[in-house]
Design a protein around this ligand. Structure first.
Ligand code: NAP
Length: 289
């Protein structure tokens, strides 16, 4: 008896992001109508990396579109760690700032860990400070890292069952792999975390009901790595001959995966949306203080 063919759904991360942004805009509008100030995100950029500059521009545009203020702190690549720590300290103490985003990577000579550690956990809307990562590990409330949170929202929106599911995450970074593994585990999935030394990566991936690739190796995940009916989330972004490519061979997922995120309009728009969402949560918590 042959099983019915699988109709693969291509996730529309942009549409979901826009839906969530509309809700955030409504929440901000209600605060404004009640006479309160707008929420405000401080964005810190050190150095002149064009990709980082373009990311922060995009994030500031996204803030403006939902009625959130942002202030930009641009510093030359020669900025020392002490100066940056002083800047963070000032924004931590500033009552008009609800969230602080320090765009990574930082120039050589500035320890990113020292800077994220200096962020007030309440204003660390990227969820990358040791306190917020520790709270995630302990299952306590905190700002969760934006990309992992975006992945979880996609799985929720597309009604992917997680309880008792086998989840495989490729990548073990503090930015994506580790936090998304913890979030999946907290949603009662049984999680395997893979990395560059994993033996039989394709075989491990074939066991996954939910497969998350956060690697940065173009089209690493092939059709025959995927269990029929699995949800496949492609976090990876690489450049190949000037084009952006994900970790997953998206076309190869047709008829095998239940859902797959495209490398454009997939996880990316959700990451920025979760930054906005965390900042609004920080603002509302700030108001309640
Ligand atoms: P990362 O810090 O470089 O981590 C990559 C992970 O992949 C590491 O754990 C590494 O293993 C593992 N890995 C590398 N090659 C592998 C291989 N051949 N097989 C299995 N595992 C392998 O990267 P990241 O910051 O987590 O980001 C991962 C990707 O997501 C990148 O492409 C990044 O651009 C993208 N990203 C996208 C968004 C978005 O919003 N769409 C946000 C963040 C990141 P080891 O630990 O053993 O080295």
């Amino acid at each position: 008896m042959s099983s019915s063919p699988i109709e693969t759904v291509i996730v529309d991360g942009l549409a979901l992001a826009n839906e969530i942004r509309d809700d955030l805009a409504q929440r901000i509008k209600a605060h404004r109508e009640a006479g309160r100030r707008a929420p405000c995100l401080a964005v810190v950029l050190v150095g002149d990396d064009p990709a980082s500059a373009s990311y922060i521009k995009g994030k500031q545009r996204a803030c403006a579109r939902i009625g959130m203020d942002s202030v930009e702190h641009r510093h030359p690549a020669s900025t020392g760690e002490k100066e940056l720590l002083d800047l963070v300290d000032g924004r931590n103490r500033d009552p008009g700032i609800d969230g602080i985003l320090v765009q990574l990577p930082l120039p050589e000579g500035v320890r990113a860990n020292a800077v994220t550690e200096a962020l007030s956990p309440e204003k660390d809307v990227d969820g990358l400070s040791p306190v917020n990562q520790g709270r995630l590990l302990l299952g306590e409330p905190s700002h969760r890292a934006c990309t992992p949170l975006g992945v979880m929202k996609i799985l929720e929106r597309y009604a992917i069952p997680l309880e008792g599911a086998r989840a495989v995450v490729i990548g073990r970074s503090a930015l994506v792999g580790k936090p998304v593994s913890l979030l999946l585990q907290q949603a009662n999935a049984t999680v395997t975390m893979c990395h560059s030394r994993t033996a039989d990566l394709p075989g491990t991936c074939r066991e996954a009901d939910v497969l998350v690739a956060a690697v940065g190796v173009p089209r690493l995940v092939q059709r025959d790595w995927v269990k029929p009916g699995a949800a496949v989330i492609d976090v990876g972004v690489s450049q190949v001959e000037g084009k952006l490519v994900g970790d997953v061979d998206t076309e190869g997922m047709q008829g095998v995966a239940r859902i797959v995120t495209p490398h454009r309009r997939g996880v990316g728009p959700m990451t920025v949306t979760m930054l906005l969402s965390n900042t609004l949560d920080a603002y509302e918590a700030h108001l309640g203080e």
